[in-house]
Design a protein around this ligand. Sequence first.
Ligand code: GLC
Length: 668
Amino acid sequence: MILKYVYGTPIETEAVVEQIAGAEQSMPFFAVKKEGQSISFSYGMEEEDIVYGLGENVRGINKRGFLYVSSCSDDPCHREDTNSLYGAHNFFILSGKELFGVFVDFPGKVTFDMGYTKRNEMLITAEEENLVFYIITGETEKEIVKAFRNMIGQSYIAPKWALGYGQSRWSYMNEEEIREVVKKHRENRIPLDSVYMDIDYMERYKDFTVNKEAFPDLSAFCREMKEQGIHLVPIIDAGVKIEEGYEVYEEGLEKGYFCKKEDGKEFVAGVWPGKVLFPDMLNEEARSWFGKKYKVLLDQGIEGFWNDMNEPAIFYSEDNLTEVFKELSKLQGENLDIYKFFHMKDLVLGIANNPKDYQSFYHQYKGRKIRHDKVHNLYGYYMTRAAGEAFEELEPEKRILMFSRASYIGMHRYGGIWTGDNMSWWSHLLLNIRMMPALNMCGFLFTGADLGGFGAHVTEDLLLRWLAFGIFTPLMRNHSAMGTRRQEAYQFESNQAFADLIGIRYGILPYIYSEYMKASLRGEMMFRPLAFDYREDSFAKRVEDQLLVGDSIMIAPVYEQNAKGRYVYLPEKMKLVKMKSLTERESRIMEKGHHYIDVALDEVIFFIRPDKILPLSKGGQCVEEVDFEQLELLSFVETEASYELYTDDGFTKDYEQAEHFRTFKVEK
Ligand code: GLC
């Protein structure tokens, strides 16, 4: 059952697509309190209650005991005390004495105090009382998720090639460097489907331009790459460079499509190209205009994009920077004591992503002028919507790859997400594992992290372990920042191990693709906490580092340096499969309970559940080579096992055709 409570006059976010009437009964579970402008909802938690969800956030699968703030933020060095990440996903499930889901549909800042201030109190606070609060009840967590997903509409579906391995790095400066990356993968028999083009492909970081010296003929280069089974995926940034003669800037300015300040002048911010203007993605006309700009790259053979810096990230605003320089000049030559020194430090550290900047520009949304901070969490969503709506028009038959950095629930219909900048830290590998179910709950199925870590210098063992987890995530992309240690899979001594590991992804692709498609089409979760399937198992509720992936398997990734293996909890008898490569593998039945399992650096383990099947292909060097017909069925049969495989061409949109679904059975 879905109960809807409307407070004040909410700003329409278009997160929810289902028509739901306001609830007649008074609100269950929560006590509601209005205080000044804000509104809060409190709930007394029992000791055994678990909180699942909140999408992209730090900490565990169980979100209890911390404070999470929905406010899309650029924070590459996030740690366990970070309150906000790149996405704002206001959906969670409380499971314990009671069982219900909550979605707070509010585009501004929302604070989820999950027992942080008072250990047993949940307190949800929104800055304003204009919001819609949904309570979803059901018999199980999975039922609640399904009802919620039905409410917010079907998730975006990526083309099949996008589930292949992708190599990305900020600093591939020209065609030659990309050719080299592809050549090295092919030479070393490391499968590869895409190379991501970071900001360096553009002419002076201007969206929808190509640096002609570095990429003299992008169409020809795209063709050349496609002949080798490679898709090029360029980045698009939110800010449009201010430069005379640059068409996107001039046209947008003339039409009034950029965000403006109170005084009606354009809001000037600084990002990669220096000074930029932000297209008003919330303004329907501007959005449609921006979306159509992707055509210039589609026309050159590009079939996928990633949308970046769309929180939007602001290095500085022109106005604030002027103020800061003025203040700093006053301090110059002074004897800086404790107060003056920290004042100076705060001034400088406060330049980027300053809350005051977010309060100083406006959107034209549905005929109303709205200050940015009130709809901050919609910006990335609406940028991606701009692209998604344009693709529907420009390429109605074809799936275009799209994923974004910033997001809000609702955006899941237009694109996937990657989890933003992270670091080459073991803790960020663990975070990646724990975040997956929460992202799936919120509709983000095509998702993954920067494998190996974006910032900081990777180590070979971290990359191996991270890839051993990444082979299960729909978006499997190795991405790193300029200036960090190179982390392409061929950069290390254990070349063969990398080739074999990534090769396993292509072996299990029929499974990963089928599970991804079924979860997207049916509003289900591909990645689930153990407790969602083993509801009566009180120990399963405690497991924070194992996941169910799809219908047939459980995974238990290794995420600690120098670990030779790990403890694993089996909620029932399962079959352990250990793979070094697609051909070198062993398996054995293991009893329910606690085990220690050795997992070498070049191995992947997973567990097949009773009466389940994992279809295994022979692999390939790119997705196109993977044969979905010649399958070996890895199974654990107690009585009779069955599997529903999904196969289609992988790029058109007739997803629901009955012939795409095929069921296999294996008898004892
Ligand atoms: C941002 C993105 C990152 C990208 C970089 C340069 O930090 O999150 O993925 O490489 O910008 O474009």
